[in-house]
Design a protein around this ligand. Structure first.
Ligand SMILES: [Zn+2]
Length: 358
């Protein structure tokens, strides 16, 4: 594997590296904002870049349903579409199919679900997921997996989902090889396989071994932050930490509170994504000093002249936008407030990632 270069390994499992993609390098560890519909909500590519972020994530499920991968391709692929010219990772669509779609039916072939707008039935199979992601033009793509753990009922199906995830992984790898066989190594996107196994530590370790043996470029850890306690999630990350192939990037899907991120980066994770920082920000919730959760609409900020976090180097804080100003703009529904808060929250998480780099 030549796409991941480790620069520094800490005495724990934390490490710092450079992930090489066809769209440029990504310094790790890193936080990745979610550009759910092809754009990080309410931010221009330039604003995202200003946060110190090299890579964003786009959601296959959402882009497939609207406007569809063929339209995105006509508009320049995910890069030309949202004007983010750095590396883009697409997820497999699996998480959204399992968490958002209604009337879903899981068979060995794939998942059938109802289009939330048109009502027509759609199917995503492992092959289809790879096809959509390549059509979108992502630089890193993720294998389609069977997610469980979203509720107690599905947690009983961990073993079944574990077996199916690995059968689907084989199909994803085969389809990926078929569709990329004529690409030069430097032009080929990177494929990540997903580790499942719920909260069962033995299954998790077995899953990791199977994913690592499948020949994928990167390891993704799925099925966490889906309703379990933080302690349960930490146990899984702790159990996996000694077993990762050090020469491949390790991506934790859907995790993004400051304490989750620190723990993940200290246990071998190189990249993590989450909608939390930007979603919270649009609802006036930001992180202040020592991870304090601040609700900017609170009346105590009416005449507060301080920035969100004193000393923060984000655009919003460095330019002195006051808590009182932001509170007012949130109260009257001015979208700029959400954009400024998003910039702050993303910078807050990216500073955590940067603190583990050498
Ligand atoms: Zn700030």
């Amino acid at each position: 594997m030549h796409n991941f270069e480790i620069i520094f390994v800490n005495d724990s499992f934390s490490r710092s590296g450079i992930l090489k993609t066809r769209r440029g390098e990504v310094k790790t560890p890193t936080f990745m904002p979610d550009g759910t519909r092809g754009v990080v909500k309410s931010l221009t590519a330039e604003q995202v870049k200003s946060v110190g972020i090299d890579i964003v994530l786009a959601n296959t499920y959402h882009l497939h349903l609207m406007p569809g991968e063929a339209v995105v391709k006509k508009l320049g692929g995910v890069h030309g579409f949202g004007k983010w010219q750095g590396p883009i990772l697409t997820d497999s669509g699996g998480f959204q199919v399992f968490s958002l779609s209604k009337l879903r039916k899981i068979t060995e072939e794939g998942v059938t679900f109802k289009h939330p707008v048109t009502g027509e039935m759609r199917q995503i199979t492992p092959e289809k997921s790879i096809q959509i992601q390549l059509e979108l033009g992502a630089d890193m793509i993720v294998a389609f997996d069977h997610l469980t753990g979203l509720d107690e009922k599905s947690r009983d199906k961990t073993r079944e989902a574990f077996d199916r995830t690995h059968r689907w992984l084989e199909r994803c790898v085969t389809e990926f090889k078929r569709l990329t066989k004529d690409m030069k190594a430097a032009d080929r996107p990177l494929l990540f396989g997903v580790v499942q196994g719920g909260l069962d530590l033995d299954l998790r370790k077995k899953s990791l071994a199977l994913v690592q043996a499948s020949g994928v470029d990167g390891i993704a850890i799925g099925g966490l932050s889906v309703g379990e306690t933080q302690e349960e999630m930490f146990k899984v990350l702790e159990a996996l930490a000694p077993h990762y192939d050090p020469n491949r990037p390790h991506f934790l899907l859907g995790v993004g509170t400051p304490s989750d991120l620190r723990f993940a980066f200290e246990h071998g994770i190189d990249m993590a994504d989450c909608v939390l920082p930007t979603r919270n920000a649009r609802h006036a919730t930001v992180w202040g000093e020592n991870d304090e959760i601040m609700h900017l609409t609170n009346a105590k900020y009416i005449e507060d002249t301080l920035p969100i976090q004193e000393g923060c180097d984000c655009y919003a804080c460095a330019n002195g936008y006051s808590r009182g100003f932001l509170r007012h703009q949130f109260k009257v529904g001015e979208p700029l407030a959400g954009s400024l808060a998003s910039i702050h929250n993303l910078r807050y998480l990216q500073r955590i990632a940067e603190s583990y780099r050498k």
